[in-house]
Design a protein around this ligand. Structure first.
Ligand code: ADP
Length: 597
């Protein structure tokens, strides 16, 4: 795989996460999540607000019901007083009500009173009797002739407001009469519709209602309507000022809610008993509450409707702002996420561009280098070839001069010495040129791997190098393998290594060992000698071209090209070469020949 392809492949993986499409998809998904978050939190806030509202609605209606039930019980207490005593005097009634301390314990009750029915024939006697108690101005109001009169004879606390009702005939008023009649005839607590109490003045006028309980003569039967009418003594009753009552029940602090109470099933100004904000919701121009509810309440046989609605600023700040905050924060994060992905994508594109430009440049340089190398090798080949001819010629002439004119007086001593020097140098030059040619040839040659019998090659070299003739011990560790390799190179490699093993050896008995070992990677061949050895610091340098460790004349001279060619030939096989040696203790040259060998 080329560098370009590798870059492209790795970028493909990175690109999956950082590209324009991913950025848009991430933006779309995160926006969808933010919007969902906004709606979910809004819904949650609304549900919370609604739960709060419903709880409050229940609390308000339960409080009214509970309080009215308690008031009824208080009135039944008054009835019980009459039942137990048969007749209750004014002072006894006053003491009883005083004990109840209604001003303190029962806010909203205007008072507790007792009203009696009076037949027209008994009217004057009745007025006389009350006046005789010291109430000189007492009379039954309103004036007029009626079939039946009633009169409030007791009303405690007997303060200035309640005194306005003393002697008032409630039977004369239709709204009151209906409740009184029901209470008397059915023997139950009965509440009137909306009325204005006679106690009211022009100041702070409130609407009100009355609750009546019947008192029958002790011991008389009261099973039927007739019996109840016959035994009827009067009404224990309470006037209620609706405003005071509601404040007593619910308090004046209703920050979040307003409510209205209507009598019966009619929502109108005439049926309105109480309005916490004093403006009926129908009359409010922009009445559009967050929540509202109409609740039915049945109290002492009378149906009330309570209309409860939230005020404008009902939602808490967390309910109002949380969804908006979630949305706002979400949008910022979404935008940032999108920006970051796009920025990474941009940086990455730029990096790809730079990498690709650099790769192109490198490829170009590589090609140029290859071309220059080839040109150089070609040049070396041509130069070496052209140099070889005149060198061979020079050497021949020098040899000729040396052999022809050495004897006699033609050349003096210095002349002979000069001719010998020319001859030696020519030989050295020729060897150097041949070496360079071999080196340059390696890259130009097209050769094939072949099956090689290593033992056979070594045997041939043994003979061509006259090893035995020179008394050198060459120990071949048989069997040597057959390998797939370039035959001429293998021959060259061994020839060079054996030659050096002989050349750089000063021992009396030269010994060379050739063999191979299998290591994990493949075959490692070696040529081991008992020669002069190579110092550690030179063990790598000797493979460089023209590297020699000795003087020109030492060890028969040399060109310093042999190991360079050897290494190149090993590398042509995808192999490696290295030396293990200690100075004065011989050297072992090892080489591998790659996987294909
Ligand atoms: P040349 O032998 O022509 O000088 P080589 O490239 O074959 O060039 O060797 C480079 C140098 O490595 C030699 O000059 C020699 O100093 C050293 N050398 C090579 N083979 C051996 C060996 N077997 N023992 C000791 N030194 C060696």
């Amino acid at each position: 795989m080329t560098d370009k392809n590798a870059i492209k492949k790795s970028l493909k993986v990175v690109n999956i996460f950082h590209n324009v499409y991913t950025a848009w998809v991430v933006l779309a998904v995160s926006l969808a999540l933010t919007i969902a978050g906004y709606f979910i939190s809004s819904e949650f806030a609304e549900k919370r607000a609604k739960d709060r509202f419903e709880f409050r609605v229940k609390e308000i209606s339960d409080s009214i019901k509970a309080r009215m039930h308690v008031y009824e019980q208080v009135l039944w207490g008054g009835v019980a007083l009459f039942d137990s005593k048969g007749f209750v005097s004014r002072s006894e009634f006053r003491d009883y009500i005083k004990t109840l301390n209604i001003g303190k314990h029962w806010p909203g009750i205007q008072g507790i009173g007792f009203s009696v029915p009076i037949q027209p024939r008994d009217k004057e006697l009745h007025i006389e009797s009350i006046r005789s108690e010291g109430f000189q101005d007492y009379s039954i109001r309103p004036e007029g002739i009626r079939d039946l009169y009633t009169a409030i004879i007791y009303l405690e606390p007997f303060d200035w407001r309640n005194k306005r009702a003393f002697g008032y005939d409630m039977w004369s008023n239709e709204m009151r009469r209906r409740a009184m009649k029901r209470s008397r005839d059915e023997g139950v607590a009965a509440t009137s519709g909306v009325i204005t109490l006679v106690q009211e003045t022009k100041n702070d006028a409130q609407r009100g209602f009355l609750t009546y309980l019947p008192v029958y003569k002790k011991g008389m039967p009261v099973k039927t309507v007739e019996e109840r009418r016959h035994a009827f003594l009067g009404w224990v009753y309470s006037p209620f000022r609706a405003g005071d009552l509601m404040q007593g029940i619910l308090g004046s602090e209703n920050k979040d809610y307003d409510f209205e109470i209507y009598d019966e099933k009619v929502i109108s100004n005439s049926s309105l008993l109480y309005d916490s904000n004093e403006t009926m919701h129908q009359e409010e121009p922009d009445h559009d509450p967050y929540f509202n509810e109409l609740v039915d309440l049945t109290l002492q046989g009378r149906l009330w409707q309570v209309y409860i609605h939230t005020k404008k600023e009902y939602l808490t700040s967390s309910e109002t702002f949380l969804p908006k905050m979630i949305a706002g924060f979400g949008f910022v994060v979404d935008g940032l996420l999108f920006y970051v992905i796009m920025a990474i994508y941009g940086i990455q594109r730029r990096a790809v561009q730079i990498a690709s430009e650099m790769t192109n440049e490198l490829e170009l340089q590589q090609k140029e280098l290859l071309k220059k190398n080839q040109d150089l090798e070609q040049f070396a080949m041509i130069a070496a070839h052209d140099l070889k001819e005149p060198l061979v010629g020079s050497q021949r002439y020098a040899s000729f001069l040396n052999s022809e004119y050495k004897e006699g007086d033609v050349l003096d001593k210095d002349g002979i010495h000069a001719i010998e020097a020319i001859e030696k140098n020519s030989v050295r030059m020729k060897n150097l040129v041949l070496g360079l040619m071999d080196y340059a040839k390696i890259n130009c040659e097209i050769i094939q791997r072949e099956d090689i019998d290593m033992e056979k090659i070594i045997q041939e070299l043994k003979e061509s190098l006259h090893v035995e003739d020179e008394g050198i011990e060459l120990d071949v560790k048989k069997p040597l393998p057959h390998i797939q390799a370039y035959p001429s190179y293998i021959r060259h490699i061994f020839q060079n290594l054996i030659s050096n093993a002989i050349k750089y050896n000063q021992s009396d008995q030269k010994h060379i060992e050739i063999g191979y070992q299998e290591n994990g990677v493949g075959k490692v061949f070696y040529v081991k000698d008992n020669g002069i050895g190579i110092p550690r610091e030179h063990q790598e340098v000797i493979f460089n071209i023209f590297s020699r460790l000795h003087g020109k004349s030492e060890f028969g001279g040399g060109s310093g090209v042999g190991l360079t060619i050897t290494r190149k030939m090993v590398e042509k096989h995808d192999g490696e070469i290295w030396v293990e040696s200690h100075q004065g203790q011989g050297s072992t040259f090892n080489f591998t020949l790659g996987r294909q060998a």
